[in-house]
Design a protein around this ligand. Structure first.
Ligand code: ZN
Length: 277
């Protein structure tokens, strides 16, 4: 089977099908492991399968499939969802201070990741983080001059799959960061933001020519853009430890999935120190 595919391609395709079947609830972990043995001759656990799918070889092989490729009712894009799920699970395992993903909970976790990342409207939420926190500050509105609260989303580490387009591309993996240019947030994080930071909401930026999650003035509703709040002298550009400590910290409620990019700066490490206490 899988004639015409390179070995890496065959492995990646079988592994991705298995992971998606587990996430769908169509396949038990033991059945998946039996299938990998039969079809590939590999004695892989589901965790090995996940680790393989999150790696360079599998990502490259799946990206190299023709766009019109399909098999067992799945398209190339469907199989790439398996990679995003695998990356999320692997990055969570790394984020939990070296703790391993428990074998018995893998299937459940895969189902959750899939529902969170792909449940809403089929938007590809390529940016995943094992956890997050909301940072609150305030600024003077550039338009009306009143003080208004502003919020930034902080993550301890992330994997971003957005720019993986060629076989040799690898996902961007980084440490502490804040999100900018947030075009989409998963439902759970979006609900949390609406509850505790309602001024951070979808708005259309004429400058950026895009709709994204951006701070709005509490008084006049003017957009307080990322460039403004994260720029030099902005509330999210602390120079000193004491300024970073003054940011209000609201712990998140689980992992984060988004369509966004990462901004990284030294002060963001200080937030990690506060969360570790
Ligand atoms: Zn204003």
């Amino acid at each position: 089977m899988h004639k015409g595919l390179a070995n890496a391609g065959a492995k990646a395709v079988v592994a991705a099908h298995a992971l998606l079947d587990i996430a769908n609830g169509a396949l038990l972990q033991e059945e998946a492991e039996a299938r990998l043995r039969t079809q590939l001759g590999l004695h892989w656990s589901v965790l090995t399968c996940i680790q393989y799918l999150s790696g360079k070889e599998a990502v490259g092989a799946l990206k190299a499939l023709p766009d019109e490729w399909s098999e067992h009712g799945r398209t190339k894009l469907d199989l790439l969802q398996a990679v995003v799920m695998a990356l999320a699970v692997v990055s969570e395992a790394r984020g939990s201070r070296g703790g391993k993903v428990s074998g018995s909970k893998l299937a459940l976790r895969l189902q959750e990741v899939r529902a969170t990342a792909f449940g809403g409207g089929g938007v590809e939420l390529t940016f995943t983080a094992p956890s997050y926190a909301l940072l609150n500050s305030s600024t003077s509105c550039w338009k009306c001059g009143e003080r208004t609260p502003v919020t930034s989303v902080w993550v301890p580490s992330f994997v971003d799959f957005a720019d993986v387009e060629e076989p040799e591309d690898v996902p961007e993996v980084g440490g502490v960061a804040t999100l900018r240019g947030i075009q989409d947030l998963d439902d759970q994080v979006a609900a949390h933001v609406r509850q505790v930071a309602p001024w951070l909401k979808l708005g259309h930026s004429e400058t950026a020519q895009a709709t994204y999650w951006v701070n709005h003035c509490h008084h006049c509703d003017a957009l307080q853009g990322d460039y403004f709040v994260m720029g030099v002298n902005g509330p999210f550009s602390p120079q000193f430890h004491v300024e970073a400590d003054a940011l209000e910290l609201i712990p998140g409620r689980g992992p984060l999935h988004a369509h966004a990019s990462a901004a990284q700066s030294g002060w963001m490490d200080w937030i990690a120190e506060r969360l570790a206490v």
